[in-house]
Design a protein around this ligand. Sequence first.
Ligand code: HPA
Length: 274
Amino acid sequence: MRPYGGEAARAAAATIQPLFGDIIPEVAIILGSGVGGLIHDVSDHVEIPYGDIPGLTGVSVAGHAGKLVVGRLSGKVVAVFAGRFHTYEGHPLQLTAFPVRIAHALGAHALFVSNAAGGVNTSFAAGDLMIIEDQLNLTFASPLTGTAEPGDVRFPDMSNAYDPELRACLHATGDRLGVTLRDGVYAMLPGPAYETPAEVRMLRTLGADAVGMSTVPEVTMARMLGMRVAGISCITNLAAGIQQTPLDHKEVLETTARVTEQFQALVRGFVAEL
Ligand code: HPA
């Protein structure tokens, strides 16, 4: 069995499925830095620490809760991954995307991702929420490398990686709730150092609106599996060189704390419309 492949994911799903009875998650949600509070909105839930999930056993998630919460949100059965794996922690890309494989093996057909990101677009402000319309994989590596099995799509199409209908649905939900939403392209760099001002200028030239250190592997995996994807970046700061003060993870967490209620309302409303 290939580590982090489909067979491993099905084995992991078969191990944990009995823990939440016969309910089948429809939507997988991966929560980024500082927005883990959404798990408190999930009712009738079962919590499974990552350490109890084969394939995730023995790997820690720095600064994140590190658990899977399965339950109901806005009338849908959801599988919420509170805490993600990053390559900057030394994890293989294949592991960063493995929760998506597990969610798919459990039955989820849609993925909602969130992250904290620096604003590259100079019209953005800290605290903005950005609907991700496309991504730039600036790691130039793929979580699909070496994990393909018979039945997997070998060369997945990424034309509409972030589903246009789901993006429209996020906009409609934002309008209904009075939450202003931006649109933009998310670029992933490996980190963990924040970018230099020169790199931020390069990112802007390349067409990025926001930059972070996650999300792209999970979305690539979800598209290979045929899942529909939607995502929100919380712009926690303006990227290096735009803001004049040094970047600091404390600022990231302060901003997410400020917008977490808006974010949670948006996700609840969006999941209801799915
Ligand atoms: N750069 C990269 N990742 C980030 C940033 C940033 O400015 N802010 C939050 N995550």
